[in-house]
Design a protein around this ligand. Structure first.
Ligand code: ZN
Length: 282
């Protein structure tokens, strides 16, 4: 395996001018091992469930390229809680499809939408219950309003509480932007931590520290495309092919700070990603 984009939104990338075919073929040409197409609402869950069939000709040209997808309701869309049954029906219907990976993205966002906190908590709880019932991993989004203080991020604390209450669910903290203190309770539960292009930004000091102190065995990379394109493409519409820049940054950072061998880092991230893909019990 080589680098895998563990989190992207090809439908939103397409709405910003790069068609799905183009994103996929660019990813294949960049040598990616695969990507995970993430759902945010009922529309994208439906889109995701049809994507593989729709682009089967293109996907068949690269048999080693792995396409995986999720279904879930983003916390910013928690006001659409009434669509959750339909989204979960898509999950149940596709549970055993080889390309279906798991549930998400769900989580808690106290930055964009504070008026739907109760709905967000209810939505997260229901996603976690379904993940436990069907033995599927969850993709978690967290974001806070308040000034950052290590270890005191409310959205992460509340998510951890919900995860502990359910018990036995594994997943990933996607687009991680906090510190060692926030990540470790999840890492201790066997979770992965995924870094986006934000890692490559010059001023992401807290994040650089986290990426250099967390155990290598929990780390993964993603684009969250079309958002947050990594340097040197910062400001452009992001796409899965750009994930290589985040991986290279992470390798350089840990090689410089910890003296780790870049090749070993790459291999371990490949192992971590495979473990994440295998969280879905067969
Ligand atoms: Zn996302």
């Amino acid at each position: 395996m080589s680098v895998f984009d563990t989190h992207c939104h090809l439908d939103i990338v397409a709405s910003q001018g790069i068609p799905v075919e183009q994103s996929l073929s660019n990813a294949m040409e960049a040598g990616l091992a695969g990507l995970v197409q993430i759902s945010t609402d009922i529309k994208s869950a439906t889109f995701n469930s049809r994507l593989e069939a729709k682009y089967s000709n293109l996907l068949q040209t690269a048999p080693d390229f792995s396409f995986r997808w999720t279904a879930g309701l983003h916390p910013e869309a928690a006001n659409e809680l009434d669509t959750l049954d339909d989204i979960f029906a898509i999950v149940r219907e596709n549970r055993d499809s080889p390309s279906f990976l798991g549930i998400g993205e769900t989580g808690l966002d106290y930055f964009h939408t504070t008026e739907f906190v109760d709905e967000q908590k209810e939505s997260l709880k229901r996603h976690l219950e379904l993940a436990k019932e069907l033995d599927l991993p969850v993709v978690i989004h967290t974001r806070d309003t308040r000034q950052y203080e290590p270890g005191k991020t409310q959205s992460v604390q509340d998510t951890l509480e919900a995860v502990r209450k359910i018990g036995g669910v594994k997943g990933v903290l996607h687009c991680f932007t906090y510190s060692y203190e926030e990540a470790m309770p999840f890492v201790d539960l066997g979770w992965k931590v995924s870094f986006s292009g934000i890692l490559t930004f010059k001023n992401s000091h807290t994040l650089h520290e986290a990426a250099a102190t967390l155990p290598l065995e929990c780390l993964m990379v993603e684009t969250d495309a079309p958002f947050l394109a990594p340097v040197p493409n910062r400001g452009k519409t992001n796409q899965p092919a750009y994930v290589v820049h985040t991986l290279e940054f992470l390798k350089k950072l840990r090689a410089e700070r910890l003296g780790e061998d870049p090749q070993k880092i790459q291999e371990q991230i490949e192992i971590n990603t495979q473990e994440f893909l295998d969280f879905k019990a067969s």
